[in-house]
Design a protein around this ligand. Structure first.
Ligand code: WT7
Length: 572
């Protein structure tokens, strides 16, 4: 067994074993101003507290994309988020209202997101690649009243059939579409006061964010998190990201996904670090260039990105000075041992894997800079959290036996509900006292957890979580498609790619043009990241007698494996 010994150095988490024995979340509360004042708001703690404690001149945000390059101090961030808060207040936004944010990364995204939380609203970040139907499903389910967007994306917001939607706020300088529902962000922000009076104090158990994510069945689900989560954002960013105030930290995830909020906004800023945000698309030159230009010290990314960097020409790497890096981390999919070895070769740092989910709100199982790493393992649970491998009845399994990866229920950043869907929420907690993750894993003798797979049909592709059901439902809306089944097919770079098996309507001809047309259909109606990279036509698809597509059989076909028990299959 390959074990990389602990790194030399001084870290925020010095003694993992000792902390596991002695730590209590009560201790973390002391880091927050509400511990003294009783006044709670995660946005206040993230930004304003640093100003009130004399750190207003520190750089909070280093933003850049192909066109813009800007720097904001904590004082600037406080002013801008206060202006956004006033804007929402003046529009009549009330506590608990859902405000969606549908825009590519820009400083405004961060102002508006935190400004909305300041007035006690619940923000719903939407990834910019979503098309009309994906946007509609989320706005409909959450009954959002407000959405903030950009001129490029505004046409994807279907406002006619969404009765709850009152305001579409558009950033940028272009003319607004006609209609009372459209409001100019720039105008309202400019006119708004920077004073503190729009800030609302809330309860620790009040909601602040709603992240929609995919399961294997049904529509996307709204995972609801409360202000209380800040305890874990703060503490894990300290222990696992090892953040200090003088760090320049870069999380490459978009705030449309939970990594981009928990660790692209809250974790780093609760710790007063400088946060780098790079807009635009991935390219190895651009990414290495970003580390070089800002002297990034701590870097949080994903296996797919590391694998793409691994495949880039060596000259791209050699062009840049990456010596500022001192700590590198990964999340979202299994981190292959060879990627860890590559990281050591090129950066002289180990890549530290972390495991968690949208539903868990923050990191749970991690590797720590002061602790040995076993390449291929996700690491061990953070202090204050218990994880186990259990069978379907809740019995804990002995070391090295594969089973359900489960967490002892009740950690601070645990989701508090699935929006409008109590049965779905309860499914996660069906085994008394446990949250059951849907991942299969085992734990070794030393307490390290090893990921084995998902035990449902959820697809992790390039670090993004895609539900096969949403894609299948869209595919069958295409006029040529009779039936569709979607699976994840293993892929060296992306972890998995999306593969669709399609049975055409009678009279339809199979062709490459049709495959291309179907792909385009998904891209324009659903989202670019939901497009099946591979399509295979079949005369008919394997189904149960009740008519459900048997994805298990499709996977077995794909991998040339035995199809297993087919007794429920309809053989007509
Ligand atoms: C699923 C959750 C919140 C992080 C981003 C993804 C997979 C996550 C790892 C890891 C292997 C991982 C699991 C999990 N996953 N981290 N370190 N090793 N798999 O969040 O979109 O909610 O997806 O991502 O399958 O259940 P998500």
């Amino acid at each position: 067994m390959e074990v990389l010994e602990a790194q030399q150095g001084t870290y925020q988490l010095e003694d993992y074993e000792k902390m596991r024995e002695s730590f209590d979340w009560e201790q973390t509360k002391e880091a927050f101003s509400w511990h003294r004042t009783g006044k709670v708001n995660i946005a206040y703690e993230t930004i304003d507290r640093h100003v009130d404690e004399g750190r207003g001149n520190k750089t909070a945000l280093l933003y850049s994309d192909a066109k813009r390059e800007e720097r904001y101090t904590f004082q600037d961030m406080k002013d801008k988020t206060n202006q956004a808060a006033h804007m929402f207040k003046e529009m009549g936004v009330e506590k608990g209202e859902r405000i969606f944010i549908f825009m590519p990364r820009s400083p405004e995204l961060y102002f508006v997101l935190l400004g909305a939380i300041k007035v006690g609203a619940v923000v719903g970040p939407l990834f910019e690649a979503f098309m009309q139907d994906a946007v509609r499903a989320r706005l409909e389910d959450s009954e959002a009243t407000t959405i903030v967007t950009t001129p490029d994306l505004v046409s994807r917001i279907p406002h006619d059939d969404l009765p709850a939607l009152k305001r579409i706020i558009v950033a940028g300088e272009q003319d607004l579409p006609a209609g009372d529902i459209f409001i100019s962000l720039d105008e309202k922000m400019k006119a708004a006061s920077t004073d503190d009076s729009a800030l609302e104090w809330v309860d620790l158990e009040d909601g602040f964010i709603l992240h929609y994510t995919s399961g294997s069945t049904g529509k996307p689900k709204g995972v609801y998190h409360v202000h209380h989560a800040m305890l874990q954002h703060y503490q894990t960013a300290k222990w696992v990201l090892d953040l200090r105030e003088d760090d320049v930290y870069w999380c490459t995830a978009d705030p449309g996904w939970v990594t981009g909020t928990s660790y692209g906004i809250f974790g780093p800023w609760l710790n007063g670090a400088t946060n780098v945000v790079r807009g635009g698309r991935f390219s190895p030159d651009d990414w290495y260039g970003t580390i070089d230009k800002y002297n990034v010290t701590v870097w949080y990314s994903a296996p797919t990105a590391f694998r793409m960097l691994m495949a880039a020409p060596k000259e791209t790497l050699d062009k840049h000075d990456l010596s500022s890096l001192r700590h590198i981390l990964s999340v979202g999919e299994p981190l292959n041992p060879e990627v860890v070895r590559w990281g050591w070769d090129v950066f002289q740092h180990r890549i530290h894997d972390t495991w968690w989910m949208t539903e868990t709100g923050a990191m749970l199982i991690c590797n720590y800079p002061s602790e040995p790493i076993k390449p291929g393992s996700m690491g061990r649970p953070i202090p204050g959290v218990d994880a186990a491998i259990i069978d379907d009845h809740g019995n804990e399994l002995p070391p090295n036996e594969m089973g359900n990866l489960a967490i002892k229920a009740g950690w601070p950043s645990q989701m508090r509900k699935i929006w409008n869907n109590e049965p779905k929420f309860n499914e996660y907690f069906a085994i008394e006292g446990w949250y059951v993750s849907g991942d299969t894993a085992y734990r070794d003798e030393d307490g390290y957890f090893w990921f084995q797979g998902r035990n449902d049909d959820v697809i992790m592709t390039a670090g993004e979580r895609v539900g096969p059901f949403e894609i299948e439902s869209k595919l069958v809306e295409h006029p040529s498609v009779a039936e569709a089944g979607v699976i994840g097919k293993p892929d060296e770079i992306r972890g998995h790619i999306i593969k669709a098996f399609i049975a055409l309507r009678s009279g339809e001809e199979e062709s490459d043009e049709l495959k291309e047309e179907i792909r385009k259909f998904i891209k324009t109606e659903l989202a670019a990241h939901a497009v099946p990279r591979e399509i295979e036509f079949k005369d008919k698809l394997p189904k149960t007698r009740s008519g459900k597509i048997m994805r298990r059989v499709l996977k077995a076909w794909e991998l040339d494996e035995p199809t297993g028990d087919l007794s429920t299959m309809d053989d007509n």
